[in-house]
Design a protein around this ligand. Structure first.
Ligand code: SF4
Ligand code: SF4
Length: 397
């Protein structure tokens, strides 16, 4: 039976049975970022934009994290949860990040990290700990373009750290799935992209182009309400696919459930829970403590939230999850063609990049599964945990 909160369970069943479907936890172990990207609330949230209050900043305590992982295992809905150690923060700034990663892996859970890679103080420890997934997010190969959309960042430092990342993987013999997420804007999809592809091929890292989008949710609401500031309106001129256009393309899918509500939960560094990974303001906190609310009650709160209606009525939940599909490539590439960009970018199906002069550019762009790097069970503890869960399900608990 599917309930209004998106949780399915058998009629008359007691505690919800765990399913094999992945449920993702975005645990923001650092409530701060070293950069101020203008497409992100860390860069574009001004005091006047705050509805209630800006989130506080800080580092997650390891003891709190251990309690969170314990609770995920106890009342999470999935036999295959994933824990990613970021949301609106830069996780490498946490001095104990290696310990966090080791703990997740020791508990038999998939672990992901995403970084702007401007800071390398913990990088060696992170790679030695060996998360399953490591994403590097960037938006250029040369500082002139990178610095426009990764404000305060230094792409030369990022490139040095990408080389270190590969060296540490070799040193510690770690088979980590590394994905370089290249945010496509109108100004950075030419020589910058081509040179970053060559750089990633050289390092044997996956590079996936993604159409840049406008965050957070609150700013998209302002856009709909015609309340965007002058600075934000100027920012929209950088996008190959403007958010209004992306919402329009997403409208045919607006009645779909929201994947980040149904299949994911965000936990802030202090244990509070926001509505979803797209909200920033404290107004959207749905639970003061992840530890004190069970999974079903938390899902029920999310599903009852009034912001979801506005979001879904405008198909923002589809747009921010890249749910409109290949039509986004068509529209984005038309814009790039019109401004004389030498490359065409395809984010959907098999991601690839085509040069009008040279044809398709060699690009790894293989999924983690294709590379055989997805590991479901780690160690005996995880194995016994899953056996116990299966027995519980068989016994009807
Ligand atoms: S690096 Fe990431 S979290 Fe930090 S400001 Fe930029 S987009 Fe936001
Ligand atoms: S519908 Fe919108 S506001 Fe609600 S959880 Fe999804 S993305 Fe967030």
């Amino acid at each position: 039976m599917m309930r209004a909160d998106g949780i399915s369970r058998k009629p008359g069943a007691g505690k919800m049975a765990k399913s094999a479907k992945t449920f993702t936890y975005w645990v923001d172990i650092v409530g701060a970022c070293n950069l101020r990207c203008p497409s992100c609330p860390r860069g574009n949230f001004m005091p006047g934009d705050v509805i209630k209050e800006s989130p506080p900043s800080g580092l997650m305590a390891f003891d709190l994290f251990k309690d969170i992982v314990r609770k995920i295992k106890r009342d999470g809905p999935s036999l295959n949860p994933q824990i990613h150690l970021y949301n609106w923060g830069e996780p490498l700034v946490h001095p104990e990040i290696g310990k966090f990663i080791r703990h997740v892996l020791d508990e038999g859970i998939y672990c992901g990290v995403s970084s702007n890679l401007n800071y390398d103080g913990t990088l060696r420890d992170v790679i030695q700990a060996g998360p399953d997934f490591f994403r590097v997010s960037l938006s250029g190969f040369y500082q002139e373009n990178y610095g426009r959309t990764h404000t305060r960042g230094d792409i030369e430092r990022v490139k040095r750290n990408m080389r270190k990342l590969r060296d540490y993987m070799t040193e510690f013999d770690k088979n980590i799935y590394v994905e370089v997420n290249y945010h496509i804007y109108r100004h950075n999809a030419g020589r910058d992209l081509e040179d970053m592809i060559a750089f990633c091929n050289d390092l044997r890292f996956n590079i996936g182009p993604v159409w840049a989008f406008f965050q957070p949710l609150e700013k998209n609401f302002d856009l709909i309400d015609g309340k965007l500031s002058e600075a934000d309106r100027k920012l929209l001129d950088l996008y190959a696919i403007r958010p209004e256009e992306a919402m329009k393309l997403s409208m045919p899918y607006k009645d779909q459930d929201c994947p980040v509500r149904k299949w994911a939960t965000v936990i802030n560094y202090n244990g509070t829970v926001p509505l979803c990974c797209n909200t920033f303001d404290q107004n959207y906190i749905v639970a003061d403590s992840f530890l004190d609310i069970d999974h079903e009650a938390l899902q029920a709160r999310k599903y009852a939230h009034s912001a979801c209606k506005t979001c879904m009525d405008n198909a923002i939940h589809v747009y921010l999850a890249y749910g409109a599909g290949p039509v986004m490539d068509e529209v984005g590439n038309k814009v790039l063609r019109d401004i004389g960009n030498p490359l065409e970018v395809y984010q959907y199906a098999t991601p690839h990049v085509v040069s009008r002069e040279k044809g398709p550019l060699p690009i790894l762009a293989r999924t983690e599964r294709e590379l055989g790097q997805r590991k479901k069970i780690r160690g005996m503890r995880a194995f016994w945990w899953r056996i116990r869960e299966m027995s519980r399900r068989a016994a009807g608990f």
